[in-house]
Write a protein that binds this ligand. Sequence first.
Ligand code: CTP
Ligand code: MG
Length: 845
Amino acid sequence: MAALTVPDMSLVVLVGTSGSGKSTFAREKFAPFETLSSDFFRGLVSNDENSQAATGAAFEALRFVAGQRLKAGLLTVIDATNVRSEDRRSLVQLARDHDVLPVAIVLDVPERVCIERNAARSDRDFGARVIKRQHDELRRSMRSLGKEGFRRVHTLDGVDAIAAAEIVREPLLNDLRHETGPFDAIGDVHGCRSELEALLGELGYVLQRDELGRPVDAVHPEGRRAIFLGDLVDRGPDTPGVLRLAMGMVRSGHALAVPGNHEAKLVRSLQGKRVQTSHGLAETLTQLAAETPEFRAEVERFAHSLVGHLVLDEGRLVVAHAGLIEAYQGRASGRVRSFALYGDTTGETDEYGLPVRLPWADDYRGSATVLYGHTPTLDAEWVNNTMCLDTGCVFGGKLSALRYPEREVVSVPAEQVWYEPVKPLAPVVPVAEQRAAGSLSIEDVLGKQVVETGTHGRITVREDHAAGALEVMSRWAIDPRHLMYLPPTMSPPATSKRADLLEHPDEAFAYYRSEGVTELVCEEKHMGSRAVVLLTRNPARFDAPAGWRGVVHTRTGRAFFDDATNDEFLRRLDAAVESAGLWQELQSDWLLLDAELLPWSLKAGDMIRDQYAAVGAAATGALPHAVAALAAAAERGVDVGDLLARTRARADDASLYVDAYRRYSAQTEGLAGVQLAPFQVLAAEGATFATRPHSWHLDVAARLAAADAELIRQTRSLAVDLGDDASVAAAIEWWDALTADGGEGMVVKPMANLTRLGKGLVQPGVKVRGREYLRIIYGPDYTEPENLARLRDRNVAHKRSLALREYSLGLESLDRLVRGEPLWRIHQAVFAVLAMESEPVDPRL
Ligand code: CTP
Ligand code: MG
């Protein structure tokens, strides 16, 4: 049985005349979806598998589907005659476009057999002439397949060979996903043997020496393995010594290695090709001249055998000398290898005569960690989950390694400047630039998004919702470098069973009881505007200029205050945080608070005037006159009884409505009259507080209120134990009292805060709004029995689902912030919260 090897990720092109058995072969050797047959696509686009007129459309569709499969990294087989070189050319190009290997399998069956077979087929109506022509074309093709770019050509000579063939799938050479580490990835060594020995020692490896005392291997007692990131050779004092050790480690399985551009050039030189010996190759050749021919041959073999890049640890780690963009990882093509060795070069040179390298890592959004070298830099730093470990040892910098998965950098200093650099060492990307707004890309938020969250799995943002959020974000929101969090929406409880109410604490308690949560806290719901406060003593943390204290923004990311008021507000808040001892306690120089900003009219002043006051003025202006007129008519004996009663009720409702919104309006002058009621500490350096109980958060808030009672309002609260009837009754009584004099109501939350039980995440809070407050939401007459009856029919399921998704996205942005992740990652989650707000939900809920 003949084994035909086919790389895992390849485009397999079957070549053979009609009747040679291609479709039969494909059916037997490959899985159903893997084979794309031209006949099938003819059928798809024309309803006729034999329609020659449909050939153009069929191949266009076939190439499109094949392209999608290759993009996903799936082996794909093309079942068409493919006997003409121009037909194959576009398929080779398709494979290259997706950086997979093109493979040809030729089914070479005698003409006579094909003619006989086709004569017996009902699905083929063409004669021997066509087969003869195809056969001639095949004959002419056989010689040139290799030159056409097929990386492997299997020719099956005759019916028996085809029957006996067996496909053997091979992983690509770069596919080491099963190797899970731990690893120590080592940057460019450039012949610095002594520093390499020191670094290996620092990493815990024990050197093994040959009879001459030269290190030929290094073993780690815990079985760790080194990964050499390329450029072992050139420039430095002892390239042969470095190679002897590195080659020994690779041979014994104690190290992996990828080639650098310097190894690539060395191989060509050792193979006798003409290469320029600048950039340190001359030194290497001189040093190697003192070695044996066997050693030189081994170096050539070793350097030649290295695979451009490696994918390790189930795809979580990629190593390549010059790094690798996500689209190229785990693929094989000329441009993939070239990127891995030389990086993203433009063909231009800079002022030092060195090739210009594009900063691919700035745009890297892949989930795999990429470790690389190639560009000497001052310090190894993370840029979007990539790290360059070339810290210029040979130029007098240091030799660096990264412990993986620990993500810990270990370095040893260079013993001296071994090679004068043409260009001074510089940081990878200045930290300020890394955090710059410019490092956000519109692609990060355009189109459909999927955000992976720690608490709620993958959350999808629809394309049109993302577009809506982009509009709001770019028109109104503050600088994304300062927008670290947006608060979630909150659901009311199911509709109350009481005749005269829409909402009551009973249903909020019932919800939590059904979820198995019994320890609750009720918090007073201040009637203001939701506000997020970022307060910092370290503006650089948010890439802001010195003296910047932070920002107070709305739930859609708009600033509340003008710059001067903002600064004054935060100065006072900082003083309160200081005197409450909170900076000290949280060990942070910044913090993020979730709060309510009062009065409501501060943000909603225009809306109150234009919408509520207009309705109120019209109603209270007109209705008393109508009542008076109707009363006079009744007096005269006209029967207007019903209408009079209804109009009286409406007049009463109107004045209650005016009372309701007036209660929340107050004059403010600068900061005078403005109050902040914080209720949750969202984050500080190194920590989020979502799992600290609300008692802790409320205690912090109380301490702040004690420190500056004028600026900071306390949030009153009451703990509830659902197992204790008296406690429940007390909470209901408290809600009655809060709402009796027009208060907005309360929010019921699990005391433990973030709660995940059997069914998943529990609502972080349920708002229970008072009867008078709801008049602002549902309209002046909503309490009239016929209106209430209609309004009772409301469904909170969607609102709840939305609340949980927004809550999880908010937690995710905070987690990313405190983990020090790049801005685009934080912004992605923040942006998604805003996009969720485009979902069509009853706005009155
Ligand atoms: N056949 C056969 N013995 C084989 C292979 C094929 O008898 N070992 C027969 C099939 O049953 C079919 C005919 O030969 O009736 C053609 O085989 P098919 O696999 O369909 O050939 P293709 O190369 O796919 O032909 P076309 O280019 O016309 O699609
Ligand atoms: Mg066929």
